[in-house]
Design a protein around this ligand. Structure first.
Ligand code: BGC
Length: 393
């Protein structure tokens, strides 16, 4: 089968030629094909600090693929089939390392030590107040100025029974970004032969600290660069959420979703209620909220399901985490140009980030994010891809 990449063609041809050639070649669009699972590696540049970065591409037995770079553990591409077997890259991203370094809004990365916000960038643990880097409206967001998304991880590829796998490791030093304790982290991505992107985190510390790790792909199940995600139909298995203030810090309340535009217990298109008059939607400019997962804490359970009616692609999100941040890409503003040369406009991607609640270190009523020496931090996140014939919208 001739492997023709739409992104590549778009770069080679003029805007006038591209649609003509693409329509003529539509029969040659990459289709998913059973194959032997494989892992390949190639250089992906050098960071501004001199770190060499590698990109690994994992292909599973069904012919789906994921590319991951050692900088930030970033998923730079994820190709899964639509209902006709046609592959598309369903995550937003850049072509070059320097774009990831200079302007990424956390595209595809591993987030840590603390995913989401910590109010006024400080918390108190065992009587000591820790001051973190301030990087978001006076708050600390996603681990600070140089979080886990901006460091180079060590990588070990392995073929497993489940599918090709990449183990990433990083040791965050005591005091890094203001957090206590030397924290050793492993993040293992596996592209299973059931078309799941599975991410397993483990961490341990030598001093009490707080940990909240997650993954930050911006998805567009119709294909990255294909426009907004408002037609995607979302279900979130959550009866409650944690309301936020103007700077997106939780008020501390745990409120019912019932009767609000945050009620996704039944499938709803993202765009159906996103512009209704609602204080929570106004503060966030759309959806950017933590939902309380309706499942046993610590146990793997289905948290969310997203369906894209045109392509038929379906993504289920399964996780051990007590919460999930649903973010509708409200800060995308048309200034970023993606890997295929297309502009990423307002709400052109969405994130579903299973995690602990934001600002937990400052809220005793939220599940604890404290990790002590001798304990093992465990977190599993699975993005499971399939297709459906007819999806109601
Ligand atoms: C947060 C958003 C933030 C975005 C940064 C999301 O996880 O919820 O508020 O702007 O990350 O890209």
């Amino acid at each position: 089968m001739l492997a023709l990449d739409g992104d590549f063609l778009q770069e080679m041809l003029t805007p006038r030629e591209y649609p003509l050639v693409i329509s003529g070649l539509s029969l040659l669009t990459p289709m998913v094909q059973a194959t032997d699972p494989s892992i390949t590696a190639k250089p992906f540049g050098t960071t501004s600090r001199g770190g060499k970065v590698t990109q690994h591409t994992l292909i599973n037995a069904k012919g789906a693929s994921v590319s991951i770079i050692t900088y930030g553990g970033i998923v730079t591409s994820l190709k899964v089939p639509d209902r006709n077997g046609k592959l598309a890259d369903v995550v937003l991203g850049f072509k070059t390392l320097s774009e990831y370094e200079k302007k990424s809004p956390y595209f595809g990365c591993l987030v840590g030590r603390y995913g989401n916000r910590i109010a006024e960038a400080e918390f108190t643990l065992d009587g000591h107040t820790y001051h973190l880097a301030i990087n978001n409206n006076g708050q600390s967001l996603h681990g600070g100025l140089r979080g886990f998304d901006k460091v180079v991880w060590s990588a070990t590829p392995t073929e497993t029974k489940q599918g090709p796998s990449l183990k990433l490791t990083y040791v965050s030093k005591d005091g890094e970004e203001g957090y206590p304790g030397n924290l050793s982290v492993t993040a293992t991505y596996t592209l299973t032969n059931k078309n799941e992107l599975k991410l397993v985190f483990r961490a341990k510390t030598d001093k009490a600290t707080v940990v909240n790790l997650t993954h930050h792909s911006y998805f567009n199940l119709a294909g990255q660069g294909s426009g907004d995600i408002l037609g995607h139909v979302v279900t979130i298995h959550a009866d409650e959420y944690t309301p936020v203030d103007q700077v997106l810090i939780p008020t501390g309340k745990i409120a019912p979703v019932k009767g609000t535009p945050l009620d996704f217990r039944k499938p709803m298109a993202i765009g159906d209620r996103i512009d209704t008059k609602d204080e929570q939607l106004k503060f966030a400019g759309g959806y950017d909220h933590n939902f309380v997962a309706a499942k046993l804490p610590g146990h793997l359970g289905l948290i969310a399901k997203v369906e894209e009616p045109k392509s038929g692609r379906v993504m289920e999100v399964i996780s051990t985490e007590p919460g999930v941040q649903f973010y509708s890409g409200n800060f995308l503003d048309g200034t970023l140009i993606g890997k295929g040369g297309r502009v990423y406009g307002f709400r052109n991607g969405f994130c579903i980030e299973p995690q602990h609640f934001p600002d937990s270190p400052n809220h005793k009523n939220f599940p604890s994010t404290v990790l002590k020496p001798g304990e093992i931090y465990r977190n599993t996140i699975i993005y499971r891809f399939s297709t459906a014939k007819g999806i109601k919208n």
